[in-house]
Design a binder for this molecule. Structure first.
Ligand code: ATP
Length: 296
């Protein structure tokens, strides 16, 4: 379990994170979203015990992230936002070193399985690796010791869509195994596919924490309809369906869960054409990015 209690840090320039309060339960995947410079990495760095809080604290599995950082760093799987690998090593040498430092034994199978799933040549020297390859080594390093808590800072940056999918499966497996996961991301799609809840941070403050399923149910379906006659348009107008736009015999309507109403109304009309698009989840999130602070 991860718990933030009034976690605050003000940098000299006045930026930072302010009175962050939230909990990530065991077995939960929590997404951390926010524009550039919002404070995601700063929060995550506090969780790892790299930064001393000015006030408040963060705890992981009951341990204080600053005072007991050595234990925390041993227990969690961490993927930094920017990874500086030792240039002179190759991926395998690095992962072996890490396994040794963690006191892992018989790690070859778990390592091989992860490398196979992420499809890369682990024996490539870091200086010859692409950004995506380095990211893969970072993911293996975070997952290889099957930690109970995973802290992932923009985990899919640099990964191609196929590998993003592999990563999403890894997170789902971790969740099903009861692990606690917090991940920062700029990708709404990724949060949608992996997270139970999402916290939105802006200017160092949490402005909303939402249940991802609930956000999905807020997602409206926009339907472009071309009807045969003016009478058909009247039928729609007289129903409870929200008309967003009307142009001759073509109308745009918005649905949010009231599908039965829509189908019954439409059965009284002659429909010549119909296009359906889901409102982008991104648009729902954008609404938060653009609004002022809503919660403490
Ligand atoms: N050591 C530091 N000294 C001064 N300011 C800092 C320091 N670390 C971070 N900041 C500032 O704090 C703010 C939050 O930065 P942070 O890296 O946490 O944002 P982020 O949400 O991770 O952004 P991004 O999406 O760009 O990675 C920024 O304005 C940043 O410039």
């Amino acid at each position: 379990m991860i718990q933030l209690n009034e976690l605050t840090k003000t940098f000299k320039n006045g930026r930072g994170i302010f009175q962050l309060n939230f909990t990530v339960k065991r077995g939960e995947v929590f997404g951390f979203l926010g524009p550039n410079g919002a404070g995601k990495s700063t929060t995550i760095r506090h969780l790892m015990g790299f930064i001393k809080p000015e006030s408040g604290n963060a705890e992981i599995n009951g341990l204080d992230c600053w005072r007991e950082s050595a234990d925390i760093q041993h227990q969690v799987g961490y993927l930094p936002g920017e990874i500086a690998f030792p240039e002179g090593m190759n991926g395998y040498q690095f992962l072996k070193l890490l396994a040794g430092m963690r006191g892992m034994k018989d790690y070859d199978t778990s390592l091989d399985l992860l490398i196979e799933r992420l499809q890369f040549d682990v024996h490539t020297p870091f200086r010859k690796m692409s950004k995506g390859m380095k990211q893969k080594v970072g993911i293996v390093a975070a997952f290889m010791h099957a930690p109970t808590v995973l802290i992932l800072d923009e985990p899919t940056s640099g990964l191609d869509p196929l590998m993003q999918n592999v990563f999403i499966v890894l997170v789902k497996e971790a969740k099903n195994a009861g692990k606690t996961v917090i991940m920062s991301s700029h990708s709404f799609e990724e949060i949608n596919r992996t997270c139970d809840r999402a916290g939105i941070i802006k200017d160092g403050r949490i402005i909303a924490i939402e249940d991802v399923q609930q956000l999905q149910s807020m997602q409206r379906k926009m339907i472009d309809l071309t009807l045969a006659t003016k009478q058909d348009i009247t039928v729609i107008r007289e129903s409870n369906i929200e008309i967003v736009n009307e142009e001759g015999l073509t109308i745009k309507i918005a649905l949010q869960g009231n599908y039965d109403d829509f189908i019954q109304t439409l059965s009284k009309c002659k429909v010549k054409n119909m296009d359906i698009h889901a409102q982008k989840l991104e648009d729902i999130f954008m609404h938060y990015y653009n609004q002022k602070e809503r919660m403490g």
